[in-house]
Structure formats: structure tokens, C-alpha cells
Write a protein that binds this ligand. Structure first.
Ligand code: CP
Ligand code: NVA
Length: 308
């Protein structure tokens, strides 16, 4: 049994095996209805709890559909409606859920909650986003890049905007899969120094470039995300919008890249804020492939969690 908690704490060979399996699972389903069962049913007789302490469209739907395609069943639980939201400890929640279900996916705030859940659960635990990281998203993003452009190793990824949880998981992947990352954004919203250090220690080139037009030179992929994450206080909205506006991904920024770089956004997007609709719907955008690939990547992750 394995927990899938973060990209930097998962073995590189395992990450690669999951990415390969995700693509094979996707290929095998081509042309089939979404509800068709997979050829083998690794989750037959299994129940997976999907616990949400924050909203979700993609994570909730893609995990639910993925479990069903693999022959299992899901329980979708809202943290606020559980005793967890009314004072029960995460350790006791982990012990209790482990008696009922075969796997737990959780979306939460503090990464400590995820780690405590994993420590006390006797079934696999999957990180469906915390304030600090979003590893399932980046597995889907790497899969999407490689589907369009081949191996990501040695390529250049530019993150424009807030150095948030999704950015940290990208940096973890840069270290593990050896690609370069350039961050362009305001100094006060710089990426997590530990994620930067991890990527550098593993031999990835990580650059901080204040000028977005310079940053995108030579990029193979340009990525952004919302200017205000779910864990950020609403009071920060006006200040962040002012700080982040120069890092909007728009036609001028895409045109400053000579490489026909792909454009990614994990979604949900605030159109014409962090990225313009012209870029979101433009020829280099793969945002809906990313969303689809959450399904395939997470199916490979769940199989790995069960030891498959
Ligand atoms: N990208 C992502 O995780 O989307 P949701 O918040 O809709 O799950
Ligand atoms: N950075 C965003 C990602 C949403 C999928 C957030 O945490 O709200």
C-alpha cells in the first residue's frame, strides 16, 4: 500500500510508471462512453472516500468517475458536515474511515492535516490539494505536456503569477523529472523556498525573472493560476490584482515567446484576469486536455496506491 502525498516524496521511477500507465489507460478508452468499465477492475469491491474541506469541480468529478470506471464505489464527504468540522481529531477520523473504506482522497487546508491523516490511516491516502501543494494536478499537467510535445526532461516551464500551491508541485516535478523552471511574479508572492531548493538540489535550473517578457524567452510551456487561491483571505483581492496584473498571460506575452509554447492553467480560471480568453481559447492552450488528464492520471495513482 502507498500514500500519494506529494511529487517530491514519491519515487521517480514510480512517478514515471504512473505517467506511462495513465497514458495507456487513456488510449485504451478511446471512443468508449465515459461510464464504460475498464478491461480489468482493480477497484472491484472497493470503496473510496473523497473528503472535501474546500470546493471542487474537477477533483471531485474526476476521482468519482475514475473509481467507477475501475469498478469501485465512492463516498463524497464534505469536511464541514463531518465531525471533523466540529472538533473530532484528524487522527481519529483516519482510524474510523479506515474501518469503512479502502482508500481516502482528501482536499484540505493545512498540509499537516493530510500528513496526520496518512500517519493514522491504515488505507492509502491521496492528496487532492492542500494550501501547500497539488500533486495530482501536476501529474496530469506533465502527462498533457508529454502527450503534445514529448519528454518534458530538459524543457523550460515558465510560471507567471502567484507562486502558490500548484507552483510548488510544479517545482517538485521539475526536480524529479529534470526540467527547468522560471518564475516571473512579484517578489512578495515568490514560490516556496523549500520547493525551489528541492528542484535545484535535484539538478533543475530554477530562475527568478521579474520581467515576464524576458521570462518567456525559450519557454516550452507557460503556466498560470488564479490570483487568489481558496486559502487566501478575500481582503487580499484588490492588492493582489494590482500586484499580479503585469503577469497576466495575454496575447503580447504569448507572442514574446518564439517557441510556440503551450499554455496551461489548472482551472478554475478567472478569464481576463490571470489569463485572457484569447489565450485560454487560443491555439496553444491545452487547458481542457489538462482537465481530462486528471481522470487518467489519478486512475494510475489509485492503482499505484493499491500496489498495482
Ligand atoms: N484544478 C482543480 O483541482 O480543480 P477543482 O478545484 O475544480 O477540483
Ligand atoms: N491555487 C488554486 C488551485 C485550485 C485548483 C487554489 O488553491 O485555490
Amino acid at each position: 500500500m502507498n500514500h500519494f502525498l506529494d511529487i517530491h516524496t514519491t519515487d521517480v521511477a514510480d512517478l514515471r510508471a504512473m505517467l506511462m500507465q495513465a497514458q495507456a489507460l487513456k488510449d485504451a478508452r478511446a471512443g468508449q462512453p465515459k461510464g464504460a468499465l475498464d478491461g480489468d477492475l482493480p477497484l472491484k469491491d472497493h470503496i473510496v472516500a473523497l473528503v472535501f474541506e474546500k470546493p471542487s469541480t474537477r477533483t471531485r468529478t474526476s476521482f468519482d468517475v475514475g473509481v467507477r470506471q475501475m469498478g469501485g464505489q465512492t463516498l463524497v464527504l464534505s469536511g464541514a458536515e463531518m465531525q471533523l468540522g466540529h472538533g473530532e481529531s484528524i487522527a481519529d477520523t483516519a482510524r474510523v474511515l479506515s474501518r469503512y473504506v479502502d482508500m481516502i482522497m482528501i482536499r484540505t487546508f493545512d498540509p499537516e492535516t493530510l500528513h496526520e491523516l496518512a500517519e493514522h490511516a491504515t488505507v492509502p491516502v491521496i492528496n487532492g490539494l492542500t494550501d501547500a501543494s497539488h500533486p495530482c494536478q501536476i501529474m496530469a499537467d506533465v502527462m498533457t505536456f508529454e502527450e503534445h510535445r514529448g519528454p518534458i526532461t530538459g524543457k523550460k516551464v515558465v510560471w507567471s503569477g502567484d507562486g502558490n500551491n500548484v507552483c510548488s508541485s510544479f517545482l517538485h516535478a521539475a526536480g524529479q523529472l529534470r526540467f527547468d523552471m522560471t518564475f516571473t511574479g512579484p517578489p512578495t508572492l515568490a514560490p516556496d523556498p523549500q520547493a525551489v531548493a528541492f528542484a535545484r538540489e535535484r539538478g533543475a535550473r530554477v530562475t527568478i525573472e521579474r520581467d515576464p517578457l524576458v521570462a518567456v524567452q525559450g519557454a516550452d510551456l507557460i503556466v498560470t493560476d488564479t490570483w487568489l487561491s481558496m486559502h487566501d483571505p478575500q481582503e487580499a483581492r484588490a492588492r493582489r490584482h494590482n500586484q499580479l496584473r503585469p503577469y497576466q498571460v495575454n496575447d503580447a506575452l504569448m507572442a514574446a515567446n518564439e517557441n510556440q509554447a503551450l499554455f496551461m492553467h489548472c482551472l478554475p480560471a478567472h478569464r481576463d484576469e490571470e489569463a485572457t480568453s484569447t489565450v485560454m481559447d487560443g491555439p496553444n492552450s491545452v487547458v481542457f486536455d489538462e482537465a481530462e488528464n486528471r481522470l487518467h492520471a489519478q486512475k494510475a495513482i489509485m492503482r499505484w496506491c493499491l500496489g498495482g
